[in-house]
Design a protein around this ligand. Structure first.
Ligand SMILES: C[S@@+](CC[C@H](N)C(=O)[O-])C[C@H]1O[C@@H](n2cnc3c(N)ncnc32)[C@H](O)[C@@H]1O
Length: 390
């Protein structure tokens, strides 16, 4: 092959390569366009995807909460962005708490038909969601919460409170209970614990049925006795009741829930330590002293005095739990930064405890007046740098 032949061949190959490359580029571009078209939704499709109106989608785009590309008179929204919005959209609403420090906000419950839109919404650092737990729970993301503390209505125990008397029968109450517990089960991390408060009550011993029902749905983990230190009703046909119960549930199977026994050790007083140190059976008294000063493990009988009417901590809720009790549940069953949920927040005890202990939290509560109490309570904590409210 002479020189001119070789050059001609080289040019031919080059132009062939360039043509192929061009064709490939064009094919690639078409493919990308097709992919983009496939993965993009018009505002109409996006509205149906999010189950909101098209106007709402356009507003979200206008507010910069949804990323969209202008196409003629319409917008195209990437499916991935929509998915992200569906999961994280609520994060953009309002002013998020910086572990609560920026100030608590109360998000209004979406109407029932909108609840689906919020399904999968993860929590911020601290948030009160006003509304019916049955509507709000389905809007939260699965397996998000390390710990769920539920202190639900007891059913006909507090006869003056409308929220404790809305069920026609025990069966209605049990059906309702199973519904919210199933949602909590979905929300609980694989190594999480769901605590459900209950008491035998004055009239209906519904709690026993609740325990039976819930231990079929989830794995029984423990039954904690809250020893209220003082008896609480005028029963003359038996001993005066003095305790409430906290049923601890976990996921079924071999799940081992996170539990930090060291976090809730009980300190010995100095006299007791000195008495124990007189025991000569121990050779290494320094090791013995170190051991004693760590304190002893707490039992599953938690003795915390119930709140008296005159208590400084009491802030206007008929079944407000002492924060010292909730602190022990949160300290032992979650780590700093973990997410804690309370579906029946009441006066915000779980939120207050979680906030003070550096956990993220979400509380759901039906009654606006209680949400106002919680909001003030959390803001009070946030305004107290050393968190020494009580
Ligand atoms: C036993 S109290 C919780 C008290 C709370 N642990 C505290 O320390 O203040 C139960 C709360 O559940 C609320 N509640 C009742 N039904 C509800 C529902 N369907 N969804 C959300 N909250 C509800 C009541 O208004 C009440 O404040």
């Amino acid at each position: 092959m002479n020189e001119s032949h070789r050059i001609k061949n080289h040019v031919l190959r080059l132009s062939f390569d360039m043509a192929t490359e061009n064709i490939l580029l064009v094919i690639n571009e078409i493919a990308i366009k097709m992919l983009r078209m496939e993965n993009h939704l018009t505002t109409e499709a996006a509205a149906s995807y999010l189950n909101v109106s098209q106007a709402r989608v356009r507003k979200l785009i206008k507010d910069g909460r949804l990323i969209a590309e202008k196409r003629g008179r319409d917008h195209l929204i990437q499916e991935a962005d929509l998915e992200h919005f569906k999961n994280h959209g609520r994060k953009n609403v309002g002013r998020p708490l910086e572990n609560g420090r920026a100030g608590a906000r109360v998000a209004e419950d979406e109407p029932r038909h909108h609840a689906k839109n919020l399904k999968g919404t993860p929590l911020g650092n601290g948030e009160i969601l006003a509304g019916d737990a049955l509507n709000v729970l389905p809007t939260l993301a699965s397996s998000e919460f390390q710990l769920i503390i539920a202190d639900p209505p007891y059913f006909q125990v507090l006869l003056d409170e409308s929220w404790d008397n809305t069920w026609e029968s025990t069966d209605d109450y049990l059906d309702w209970t199973l519904k919210w517990v199933c949602e909590c089960k979905r929300l609980l991390r694989p190594d999480g614990i769901l605590y459900v408060f209950g008491q035998l009550g004055k009239r209906e011993h519904v709690w026993l049925h609740v325990c039976s029902l819930l231990t079929k749905e989830m794995q029984f983990h423990d039954m904690i006795i809250w020893d209220r230190a003082v008896g609480y009703n005028e029963r003359y046909d038996s001993f005066t009741p003095q305790y409430e119960m906290i049923l601890a549930l976990r996921h079924a199977g071999n799940s081992t829930p996170f539990f930090d026994k060291d976090a809730v050790r009980l300190q010995y007083d100095e006299d007791t330590i000195q008495t124990y140190l007189k025991d000569k059976r121990y050779k290494d008294m320094h090791a013995r002293e170190r051991h004693l000063r760590k304190g002893k493990y707490a039992t599953n009988i938690l003795r915390v005095p119930s709140l008296k009417g005159a208590s400084k901590e009491k802030i206007g809720h008929p079944s407000q739990k002492p924060i010292a009790l909730i602190n022990q549940l949160i300290l032992s069953a979650s780590r700093k930064g973990d997410k804690v949920l309370d579906p029946f927040l009441g006066s915000g005890t779980t939120a207050a405890s979680a906030e003070q202990l550096g956990r993220k939290w979400i509380g759901i509560e039906l009654k606006p007046e209680y949400n106002e109490i919680s909001r003030k309570r959390i803001n009070g904590i946030l305004a107290t740098p050393e968190f020494s409210l009580y």
